[in-house]
Design a protein around this ligand. Structure first.
Ligand code: COA
Length: 171
């Protein structure tokens, strides 16, 4: 387990997907994510089984300090040669939004990537209209690197993808 100030980051269990499937079928939660189709339990179980076979991808559960499972955070596309990794996060329990849990989960996972995985860079893509996420990443020290124009079609419109990153200044 990786301990933060407000959250603990732990391995994702197959049982967790029973809760996560509600989040990824909630239009408000996925409003800023690339998911499009409603997802069945069979698809989600297959996704989990495929995930277990991947070596460059780690997805963790985010628990509050009193043990409530509230979301997932992932380190994707681990690139050991260039020492960079892509971060993704979803707090699925909406009543936990805007209370600092996302910020703590991101800070804790970035620290783990730098200090335990010896990564030099953590980067991510965020939809330009996801202001809460951009603010969260800025609070954690991420800076905007650039924009992929009209990268996503969502809610009847094209949206820019904002690329952000944080460097390990010590290494
Ligand atoms: C994005 C997400 C991870 C942020 O986590 P969180 O726990 O809600 O965020 P925090 O409370 O740590 O920080 C949010 C900050 O954004 C601010 N904020 C909220 N809405 C905002 C808006 N519309 N514009 C600007 N800032 C906003 C909050 O005030 C807070 O800043 P503060 O602490 O200085 O007041 C979470 O809301 C989430 O998972 N959302 C759904 C999925 C998603 O969008 N994932 C990210 C994909 S890139």
């Amino acid at each position: 387990m990786i301990e933060g100030k407000k959250v603990n980051i732990r391995a994702l269990e197959k049982d967790d997907i029973k809760k996560a499937i509600k989040w990824i079928n909630d239009p408000e939660v996925i409003k800023h994510l690339s998911m499009v189709f409603p997802i069945s339990m069979a698809e989600e179980e297959k996704w989990f089984d495929d995930y277990l076979k991947r070596k460059d991808d780690k997805i963790f559960a985010i628990d509050t300090k009193d043990g409530k499972y509230i979301g997932n955070i992932g380190l994707h596309k681990m690139d050991w040669m260039n020492r960079k990794v892509m971060l993704g996060i979803m707090i699925g329990e909406k009543e936990y939004w805007n209370k600092g849990y996302g910020t703590d989960a991101v800070k804790t996972t970035v620290k783990f990537a730098f200090e335990e995985l010896n990564m030099h860079k953590v980067y991510l893509g965020v939809m330009g209209f996801n202001e809460r996420a951009i603010k969260t990443y800025e609070k954690c020290g991420f800076v905007k690197e650039g924009i992929s124009r009209d990268d996503f079609y969502k809610n009847g419109k094209y949206h820019d993808m904002v690329w952000m990153s944080i460097l390990n200044e010590k290494n």
